[in-house]
Design a protein around this ligand. Structure first.
Ligand SMILES: Cc1cc2nc3c(=O)[nH]c(=O)nc-3n(C[C@H](O)[C@H](O)[C@H](O)COP(=O)(O)OP(=O)(O)OC[C@H]3O[C@@H](n4cnc5c(N)ncnc54)[C@H](O)[C@@H]3O)c2cc1C
Length: 550
């Protein structure tokens, strides 16, 4: 983070009980919980909601099975929250179930350890025969030796976070995206809020708060430093690759200690193989390298033979906010449990707490313990209700199924009105995202899944740009810039996997945008947008140029 002295005048001052820094799953969870307990709450996020790790994760609602042997505390947290999330926010969760599979490459002895550890952690686990597993999942490796069934699921973190933020707003919270914290207000040994830059209006906002919550994920160390304390967050990068359709309907995990490329998650119309785990010095700058792509394909083939020959859609990476009091040499060795730091007892700094680590699956519990700490600091007793109250009480309480989006399109007769056919996004949803303050087309994507299907934006980017122009009426060069930035964003995820059918698709998209629309020469006033994605996938000697996984 760059610190610079402020020269602009303060345009706005806000006084609140709780200031939350970070608009990922954790921060929005904290904002909702605090607002539900009657605290005046403000959340600031430097870009769009889910722009951090929450929008770059694997999509697994953990049963806890992955951690039962190595990290039982995390496993217990996961299974407890798995059951709660299915109740309070069912529309974002698909009940895929999960298999833990011992393949010929895995230690057969691990199966008994795994089953016993599941029992010890209260993770429901049933062993089924390999033939039964193959009946349920015909593409599973027929050489599998043992298969255990657990209650894993798939979850849409974009929808979940937006719904949580909306609920927080309904309870009175002020959710401010594109507000970047640049200074923590500290007088003597007390933190009293933060100074933020409204990146859209280019104005300064001062938020004075009784308690400031650092929920900035992999950036928690940076925010800690602004407050004058050391928060040792170790950014652990993980790469994931989406295959263009669901090869299985069940989450497949290798039954062994967590390692690279050992989980396949079916989510909506695709399935995602992941991940890797490498320490990176900066949560915003890292590369996707050829060896990572090749490794994921190779490991994927062990679960589903032939996976690497299927059409590959998109690669991306996210950074885990791993917390350790001491330096750890291997990111895989750091526990996946969450940590709440009360900086008063730890560092002698009042009015400031950090919540970090954990999983998407445990965000609600992380929020609960954080707001419990806020209550203690403010000397009040207000019980948490987030485990009981649905996030969207008015909606049907049904779990997501792959048929849900098509059913909605058919019942609302919006077939002729689709902007993105791959993800079944009607114009109404794109317009709603624009109206609710999306700044870039990538924000619209996070809100609606625009451009996330097989064509990767080929047929929907120009339509969405047209709607943006129609609704907002900005100068044409602004829309040109939005279109170009969005194509650039999609391109980042295509570069590492350009072979086979997706290469053909990328070539078609190139012809549409560069050949027909001349997109690289559109008038943008020679600018690049300061508001688009700051994630920079570096070119490394290994990753420059198209890759072909072996
Ligand atoms: C590769 C990978 C795969 C994963 N898979 C799974 C999975 O399948 N299931 C699961 O349960 N968990 C998974 N996780 C873990 C999970 O994604 C994270 O634990 C969770 O999303 C973290 O959420 P967060 O809100 O704490 O952080 P983030 O989502 O990163 O939110 C922090 C926010 O703070 C903002 N911020 C930073 N600095 C500032 C500032 N100065 N001012 C204002 N805002 C700021 C950032 O922009 C960011 O949006 C995975 C993680 C990774 C990396």
């Amino acid at each position: 983070m760059r610190l610079r002295p402020w020269r602009t005048a303060v345009m706005e001052r806000i006084d609140t009980d709780v200031l939350v820094i970070g608009g990922g799953s954790t921060g929005t969870g904290v904002a909702r919980d605090a607002a539900m307990r009657g605290f005046r709450t403000v959340l600031v996020e430097k870009r769009d909601l889910t722009h951090g790790t929450t929008g770059r994760y694997h999509g697994l609602l953990h049963s806890g099975g992955r951690y039962v042997v190595k990290d039982p505390v995390s496993a217990k947290e996961c299974i407890a929250e798995n059951l709660i999330l299915r109740r309070i926010i069912p529309q974002v969760i698909e009940d895929t179930g999960g298999f833990f599979v011992i393949t010929p490459w895995d230690d057969p002895e691990y199966g008994d350890r795994f089953r016993d550890a599941c029992t010890a952690c209260a993770v429901p686990c049933e062993e089924i025969s390999v033939s039964e597993a193959l009946r349920r999942e015909p593409r599973l490796n027929p050489q599998a030796r043992r298969v255990f069934v657990v209650p894993d699921g798939a979850a849409d973190s974009f929808l979940a976070t937006h719904a949580t933020a909306e609920s927080a707003r309904e309870h009175g919270a002020d959710i401010r995206t594109y507000h970047e914290v640049t200074e923590i207000l500290r007088r003597d040994d007390t933190v009293g809020g933060a100074r933020a830059r409204d990146c859209v209006r280019d104005e300064e906002v001062v938020i004075e708060a009784a308690v400031t919550v650092n929920a900035s994920g992999a950036w928690a160390g940076q925010i800690g430093r602004l407050a004058g304390c050391e928060v040792n967050v170790i950014p652990g990068k993980g790469v994931m690759i989406a295959m263009s359709h669901r090869l299985t309907n069940t989450v497949l995990n290798r039954c062994k200690l967590p390692a690279d490329g050992d989980i396949l998650v079916p989510i909506r119309t695709v399935c995602v193989i992941g991940t890797t785990d490498r320490h990176v010095p900066d949560p915003e700058r890292y590369g996707i390298e050829d060896w990572e792509v090749a490794l994921l394909m190779e490991e994927g083939d062990k679960l589903v033979p032939g996976l690497s020959a299927a059409r590959v859609l998109h690669a991306w990476a996210g950074v885990r906010p791993l917390y350790s009091e001491t330096a750890a040499s291997e990111t895989r060795d750091v526990s996946r449990t969450y940590t709440l730091l009360d900086h008063e007892s730890r560092d002698g700094i009042r009015g400031f707490v950090t919540i970090t680590g954990g999983k998407w699956t445990t965000f609600r519990q992380m929020a609960e313990v954080t707001v419990d700490a806020v209550c203690r600091k403010l000397g009040v007793q207000r019980p948490c209700r987030t485990h009981e109250e649905r996030v969207t009480p008015g909606r049907e309480g049904r779990l997501f199924t792959p048929g849900t989006p098509l059913r909605a399109v058919e019942s609302e007769h919006t077939t002729g009105d689709l902007i993105c056919e791959c993800e079944l996004v009607p114009s109404e949803r794109v317009e709603a995202a624009i109206a609710s303050g999306a700044v870039t087309l990538d924000d619209v994507r996070r809100d609606s899944r625009l451009g996330m299907g097989p064509c990767q934006g080929g047929f929907c980017t120009y339509r969405a740009a047209g709607l943006l122009q129609e609704r907002r009426q900005p100068a044409v060069r602004e829309t040109n810039l939005a279109l170009r930035d969005f194509l650039q964003e999609r391109w980042k995820g295509l570069r590492p996997i350009l072979w086979g059918q997706q290469l053909q698709q990328a070539r078609l998209d190139e012809l549409i945008y560069l050949g027909i629309m001349n997109a690289d020469h559109l008038d943008t006033g020679d600018r690049t947008s300061p508001l688009t994605d700051f994630y920079y996938y570096q070119d490394t000697p290994q990753s420059a140029g198209p890759a072909r996984a072996g």
